[in-house]
Design a protein around this ligand. Structure first.
Ligand SMILES: C[S@@+](CC[C@H](N)C(=O)[O-])C[C@H]1O[C@@H](n2cnc3c(N)ncnc32)[C@H](O)[C@@H]1O
Length: 404
């Protein structure tokens, strides 16, 4: 084997080989734990090991260092093995097939252990499933006599090595850490959304969720954006993340798929959802125009699974006339806030004998509102109303109330 496997630069550009890691990982993840060996046999060891290396590189947060450090990563499958050179440089990491010339360390892991570490139960303190070996420091990297220089080289190389083994762990960083690392504005300065996300998404974070976010970022630059998609990719360690944008986008990171479509066009959204849905989570961080938010919600909410959550961000535009907002008419249904507020009465529709129920009356079970954002939860809304004798007035056994 030869050639590049995957690569992340300090600009955040990620390049992968022609191995379609997303398809392979989507097939592999349900087999973790317990059935990885059979799955590797059916997919092929080389394909799986490359996809796992792609995932590892995507999870690695390379430090700021002076030079490159090579790590020899050896993946085994029974008697077979595959060698990779992982090169960690200044805020960049790259993996290529083959044995490095001057490795600083060697990590050996079975393909089953690799899959279990990346996609198994998170945040366990179990012993690492890899063997780690510190190798002799190559003389070419540490010229004799310059002790301070040698120490600096060693320090940088250790930090680089440690960035890789930190990625090769069962730990999941917090949403705040991931938002900061990838540079999405969902946390800090303007918005403090990740704390709300953590509350609602935490229970789903280790599930095999399908997450769809409208609005990839970077507008018409095909290679820009994707900050929040990368955040979700790492938060939902076993999930598949879809991003939809008006513009064509390339975010070649394992378990991320980009789609093109207009959130203000119901047909465009339906086509996407028919092909890739249903979803467990949908996040609207797209145009923030009121009409588009409402069209997207009405079209995509039916493509959420029961128990799924639909999130709308940046609803300050409900009060901005230039964006379709209408501050004086806050009860009107033409703004995002006005429309979503109708869902709350819909949750209780059985209590006020609405004659014809809507899809949303029957399928919205909870609505949580925070500053400029809302979480709408889907499920069968069939709780019974109280029987008529109780509803017509307080029962005669009710004790006298103040003022009676
Ligand atoms: C605020 S950025 C998304 C940022 C990203 N979610 C993040 O947190 O990193 C908004 C994106 O929405 C896209 N967008 C604007 N209007 C849209 C529309 N009508 N349909 C789909 N995407 C749209 C823009 O191209 C832009 O890339």
């Amino acid at each position: 084997m030869a050639g590049q496997v995957s690569h992340v630069t300090k600009e955040g550009v990620f390049v992968t080989t022609d191995v379609n890691s997303t398809d392979i990982l989507e097939e592999l993840i349900p087999a973790v734990p317990g059935a990885v060996t059979e799955k590797v046999r059916s997919i092929g060891f080389e394909q799986v090991s490359r996809a796992l290396v792609d995932e590892l590189v995507a999870r690695c947060d390379p430090p700021s260092v002076a030079g490159d450090t090579e790590v020899h990563l050896k993946v085994t499958f029974g008697p077979e093995s595959a060698d990779y050179t992982v090169t960690i440089g200044d805020r960049s990491v790259a993996a290529a097939a083959g044995v490095p010339k001057t490795p600083w360390t060697r990590i050996e892991i079975s393909v089953e252990g690799f899959a279990e570490t990346l996609f198994g139960r998170p945040n366990t303190t179990a012993t690492p499933l890899w063997r780690h070996q510190a190798l002799h420091v190559p003389e070419s990297r540490t010229p004799p006599g310059e002790v301070r220089a040698i120490l600096k080289i060693q320090e940088d190389a250790d930090r680089s090595n440690n960035a890789l083994v930190t990625a090769l762990s069962t730990h999941r960083p917090s949403l705040e850490q991931l938002a900061y690392r990838f540079g999405t504005d969902k946390w800090g300065t303007v918005h403090w959304y990740t704390t709300h996300y953590e509350r609602h998404f935490g229970p789903l974070s280790n599930e095999r969720v399908r997450v769809m976010e409208i609005g990839i970022g970077g507008f018409d630059d095909p290679d820009a954006g994707g900050a929040s998609l990368r955040m979700w990719q790492q938060y939902f360690r076993r999930g598949i993340v879809y991003g939809l944008d008006l513009f064509e986008k390339r975010i070649p990171v394992p378990r991320i798929r980009t789609l093109q479509g207009n959130q203000a066009n119901g047909d465009s959204l339906r086509n996407v959802a028919e092909k890739h849905g249903p979803f467990d989570i949908i996040v609207d961080d797209g145009s923030h125009l009121n009409e588009g938010i409402i069209t997207s919600f009405k079209t995509l909410f039916p493509y959420l699974r029961d128990g799924g959550i639909y999130v709308v961000e940046d609803m300050e535009t409900a009060y901005w006339p230039g964006w379709g907002g209408n501050p004086p008419d806050r009860a009107g249904t033409a703004t995002s806030m006005g429309f979503l507020k109708t869902l709350i009465d819909g949750i209780n529709h059985r209590e006020w004998d609405k004659e014809n129920t809507s899809y949303f009356d029957d399928n919205v079970v909870a609505a949580h509102f925070y500053h400029n954002m809302a979480f709408i939860v889907k499920g069968p809304n069939h709780e019974c109303a109280a029987p008529p004798p109780i509803r017509t007035g307080p029962p005669d056994y009710w004790p006298p109330q103040d003022g009676d």
